[in-house]
Design a protein around this ligand. Structure first.
Ligand code: NAD
Length: 247
């Protein structure tokens, strides 16, 4: 049986990496997948891959920092499908520098995408989910959002903030039938790690009890579970998916 049959699922940053793996997993599980990202070609490619799996999928160019673009996508999805069952707030970026070197521009950009973007998307779908009396919001945090990380002042603040959103919204929206949870991946093989030197990646691998980095599909599986009715009593949780890296 498919886990997410006909669930209208809006996924941000869905054109590559963990977001794309999540779109494909949701497609395999029967969801109607709304692929949101900033690059049209990559969006089209992901939509085609979802459709090849037999799913209904549509793509939207949307920059999560731009509230009017987010509102327009939500309105379009509602007009086309009548509801929004799941939001996966996956879009995120890094712009690393030590505290003493970080520019205001680096700080602002990461907060804008990773924190304000998540706020925009959640607020944009909340009324619809409240009217429906059901919905699921899933937020991408990180182990860095629990423990901090060298060179990631801006990113760590954004990912700690996402956990704050998750706990707050789970209290506010739980009584309305909406579950809100966060996933905190460890280090996962995606383009976001492109700027991390090889020796640092090797060192990370040795620190993980499973002795390897994660694969995007291993995070997608957890999003799919949390989005499904199987997770009906999971609310306000932060699920670490790190191969045990922080044990
Ligand atoms: P990625 O860089 O491979 O993909 C991110 C996607 O987000 C890209 O397709 C990009 O175009 C999109 N995006 C960027 N800015 C956007 C914007 N303003 N509006 C809409 N889309 C935008 O990254 P990833 O590794 O797949 O990470 C996905 C999420 O998981 C991020 O929130 C990241 O912080 C989090 N995460 C990743 C790791 C990891 O090791 N890969 C670990 C912990 C948490």
């Amino acid at each position: 049986m498919q886990q997410l049959s006909n669930k209208v699922s809006l996924i941000t940053g869905a054109a590559q990496g963990i977001g794309q793996a999540t779109a494909l997993k949701f497609a395999r599980e029967g969801a109607i997948v709304i692929v949101c990202d900033i690059h049209q070609d990559a969006i089209d490619d992901t939509v085609k891959q979802c459709q090849a799996l037999g799913a209904q999928a549509v793509g939207h160019v949307v920059d999560v920092t731009q509230r009017e673009q987010v509102d327009a996508v939500v309105a379009s999805v509602k007009a086309q499908f009548g509801r929004i069952d799941v939001l996966v707030n996956n879009a995120g970026i890094t712009q690393d520098a030590r505290l003493v070197k970080m520019t205001i521009e680096q700080f602002d950009r990461v907060i804008d995408v990773n924190l304000r973007g998540v706020f925009h998307c959640a607020q944009a779908v909340a009324d619809t989910m409240i009217e429906q009396g059901q919905g699921v919001i899933l937020n991408a945090s990180s182990v860095v959002g629990i423990y901090g990380n060298f060179g990631q002042t801006n990113y760590a603040a954004s990912k700690f903030g996402v956990i704050g959103f998750t706990k707050t919204w789970s209290r506010e929206l739980g009584p309305k039938g909406i579950r809100v949870n966060a996933v905190a991946p460890g280090f996962v093989h995606t383009p976001i790690l492109a700027s991390v030197p090889d020796n640092v990646l090797k060192d990370m691998e040795t620190r993980v009890p499973l002795k390897r980095l994660g694969q995007p599909g291993e995070i997608a599986n957890v999003y799919a579970f949390l989005a499904s009715d199987e997770a009906s009593y999971v609310n306000g949780a932060v699920i670490e998916v790190s191969g045990g890296m922080t044990v």
